[in-house]
Design a protein. Structure first.
Length: 198
């Protein structure tokens, strides 16, 4: 009777794989924010506590990782648009959601903007449509309450936020993107900025 050899190590479970993927994405957001879109993928793997092979199994190249980050952020924006009305006034919900949208649009020096404006971007979901629908839900509530201009088109609002993202960089003066967004919010509010409903 032969003695069985050592048992082979079982493959990582699906739960383990999901945990690794989420950890990689969380760390990648931090590293890209610190070092820009050309940050080392090996550095991301080290900080996430996984081997490079694990990272590349989930994300075979830099583009795949960036696409996953953008996709997750868009889905988070959609969830936020559904959650905010329960705890915020229409004006506060609009300001909070547009602030989150701006943070997304500035992701990876323009990759986030592409998801906002490019209807043909292949990200596995229609990010452009999801963002527009989420923005419309938040804006229409403020318009219905009479606190936001009724003549404002949701596509124009998203383009204004994308424009702020495209024209500001990490090297600009601190607070510039937020200050520009504040000007947009002033114009959005009913009667603000000398608009049509003043």
């Amino acid at each position: 009777m032969t003695t069985p050899g050592p048992a082979a190590q079982p493959p990582a479970s699906r739960a383990d794989a999901r945990v690794n993927r989420e950890r990689i994405l969380t760390v990648a957001r931090e590293v890209f924010a610190e070092s820009g879109p050309e940050a080392s993928l090996n550095a991301i793997a080290r900080r996430a506590g996984v081997g490079p092979g694990t990272l590349y199994r989930h994300f075979p190249n830099r583009q795949a990782l960036v696409v996953a980050l953008v996709r997750d952020r868009v889905l988070a924006l959609q969830a936020l648009a559904e959650e905010l009305p329960a705890s915020h006034s229409p004006d506060d919900a609009l300001a909070a959601w547009l602030t989150a949208l701006l943070a997304h649009a500035r992701l990876h020096q323009g990759t986030g903007v592409a998801a906002l404006l490019d209807e043909t971007a292949d990200l596995g979901i229609d990010c452009h449509r999801l963002v527009l629908d989420s923005a419309a839900a938040i804006l229409s509530r403020a318009q219905h309450e009479g606190t936001a201009r009724s003549d404002l088109d949701v596509g124009d609002l998203v383009r204004l936020v994308a424009g702020i993202a495209l024209t500001t960089t990490r090297d600009d003066e601190p607070g510039l993107p937020e200050r520009l967004l504040g000007l947009v919010l002033d114009a959005v509010r009913r009667g603000g900025g000398g608009g049509a409903e003043s």
